[in-house]
Structure formats: C-alpha cells, structure tokens
Ligand binder design. Sequence first.
Ligand code: S3P
Length: 445
Amino acid sequence: MSGAATAAAPACYRVQPGGRIAGALSVPGDKSISHRALMLGAIAEGDTHISGFLAGADCLSTARALEALGVRIARPQETEVLVHGVGAQGLRGPATALDMGNAGTAMRLFTGLLAPQRFNSTLIGDASLMRRPMQRVVVPLAMMGAQIHTHDGRPPVEITGTPQLRAIHYSLPVASAQVKSAVLLAALAAAGRTSVTEPAPSRDHTERMLSAFGVELEREGRSVTLEGGQTLKATRVAVPADFSSAAFFIVAACLAASPSLTLTNVGVNPTRTGLIGLLRRMGADIRVRARTAAGSPGGEPVADLEIRRSQLQGITVTAAEVPLAIDEFPVFFVAAACATGETLVRGALELRVKESDRLAAMAAGLGTLGVENRLLPDGLWIRGAEGLRGGTIDSRGDHRIAMAFAVAALRASAPIEILDVANVATSFPGFVATARAAGLGLAAL
Ligand code: S3P
C-alpha cells in the first residue's frame, strides 16, 4: 500500500485563549470501523472496497500488518482502499514481528485473528502499547485452545498458531469491544457455536460488519453467538466520520459556538454516542439529523450534528454510562471543568489502561489550569471553574489528552501549550487544520 508516509508530526501545540467556534466541518473516518473493514476484507473472498477510510497511523499499522501476512492492499486515494481478500485460509506467516504501533485495537483484534492460523506470529508495539494489558484477550482465547504467550500479561504477544479452536461461551468480566471482537474473530475459525456475553453494551461494529460480510450471527440481549466455519463475502464499506474525533468539536461548540457548529456525516451508532446523552443532561443543545434511514453499507447509522453554545451544569455519571462514551472522557472532563457545579465520574477504571492513564493525565492537566479536582481510584471529581488558567500540559503521548486540552483553551485566560502531541496522527490526521477551521487559535510547533 503506497502513500503511508505523512509530513513530520509536530512536537507540541500552542493554543491561544478564547475564540469562537462556527461553520460546517467534517472529521476523518472512524478508527474502529476502518480497522475492522481491513481485517474482515483480508479474510473475505473477493475484493472489499472501503471509502471514507481513516488514513491515521493506527489503521495504517493494521494495513501494513495485513500486507506482511500476504494480503494485497491498494490505496488509490487517501481515504479509498481496496483489499484483495485471501479467504479464511489464505493468510501467510509473517517474516518478522508485526508492529501495531500505538494501536491497542489492532493488537487485540489481531490476537484473535491470528490465534487459529497455521503459522506462528509475534505482535509488538510502541512504548505505550507495550505497557498495555493483553491478558484480557489471552484468557478467553486460551479457553478456546489457543496458545499465546505474553510477558506478565503485556506484549510482546507470541502466538503459536492452533488451527481448529474450540467454541466457548464466554462472559466478559469488563465491557470491552476489543475483547469481544477478538473472541468473535477467533470463533470464525473454531468448531461449533461460540457466544460472548457482556456485562454492559460495548461498541458493536464487529457484529454489524460481520453481518455486512455475510456472516450469520445471533444477537440477543447482551449476547452474540456465531457458528465457526462461515465464509466472509467481500463487500463495500462506507466508513462514517469518527464520533470520537467529532467529540472534541461537539464539546468545543458547547463551550463557544457562535452561532452554531455543524459536523457532517458522523457515525452515530448508539453504542458510541453516550457523550451526547451526558452533555444533554448537562444542558447542551445538540441536534441530530439522521442522514440515511437504513444507515451506511457497513450497517452503521450516520447523521449531521448541529451544536449551539450553552451553559453546562455538572452531573454524576454512573458506571453503566461509561462504556458508551469510553473514549470521550478526556474531552468530557474539559466540559465538566467549564460547567457550573460539580461533576462526578465513577466506575471508569478502564480509563487507567488506555493509551495513557487518562484519569491521572486529566487530573494533572486540569490542576495545571486551576481546576479543582480529585483523582479517585476509578474516576474523577471536578468542580467547574468560571475560567481556566493557561499553562503547559503533558499529554503523555496520548492523542485524546492532547486534543482535549486544545479545546480547553476556549475558556482559558492565557495560552495553553500541549507537549508530546505526535500521536494525534494515530486517530486524527489533519487535526490542526480542522481545529483552526473550527475557530481554535491552534499552532503546531
Ligand atoms: C475500541 C474499543 C474500546 C476503545 C478503543 C477502540 C474498538 O476499547 O476504547 O479506542 O475499536 O473495539 P475497549 O473495548 O477495550 O474498552
């Protein structure tokens, strides 16, 4: 796949205080859906055409890993991808370790995809990914008969290919789309019917996309069941704009829209849009205009969002609400910091094992900006502030922490400098230009 190289990533952002947010914007394609379209396209029969693909570093890691497994992938344009499927048995053993970069989704889903192959493989990643927990995928896959070795539950993930895994019934201890998806991918090659039950709904892109590739699966309540040995048939996937990228501008508009901001063609799968409900409870004015009745060809609903400025009030977020807004908490905490009153989030332990410890990173950064907050073992308490101070924030190399603090500048009294921002390119190539077009006074240095 050509054209993977991008311009040198900036090291830091300097964001001027204040500003007003307005206009109509589109953000890049959905990361979760782009990973899945590549992987399912690779093991399907025939050629899969992906439009709206996210050409961010994470998805490019998935594409390169698939190429190393013998899959031909063409990218005729930045966001158009053609995957020449090799079929269920067609992947080849890689010559070297597969590098997942910063992409946790890639590492967890590949573990499920590669466990039942006839060859061995090793998965590695960058410094952040090498610290992240993998035991959560190893446990159910080992129950299926997979042979996977980690180092104290962390990468490298060394997989001894074990064709013909057993089907299992697995109850996830924590709501995790990545674990659910890893089991479902392994289940495609297992003998019998595998079912996975979640304690609370997590994003269901894998289920929707498996259906789009012709796989029969049963969904009942919080369980999904599929029979192994089914053939995937290539299809067309139109990837909607990533709700998690849109989230930065949804909050920015709540804080400073004048008169309003429209975000077009955004994926509004209900397992992703928990942030809208949280912000509306805080008093936000967010209008959702469905774009198609039946959704995009990948089975995903799409809408335009229109957001107006509003005075937000603090709320209490319960554990059950966390999975549906899991990646939006960094920017949600910025909204809470600018709201009247107190906000409390509990049951969000998972935020500690994302690209960074997002509870600690946000608590520290908000403290720098003069926002009173208390870091809890599984959450964060915040007292909203009238205005924020400027200051220097360490994003800890976490894309979502970096982008969240860029939004905070809208309510700051002095510039905010955000360090270690190169990883914004993992999920949101073009963030600087989009943020500037929206009205943020952001410069990349
Ligand atoms: C993802 C699932 C979520 C999310 C991650 C992407 C996916 O992780 O945080 O950014 O694409 O399946 P968990 O399912 O582990 O919570």
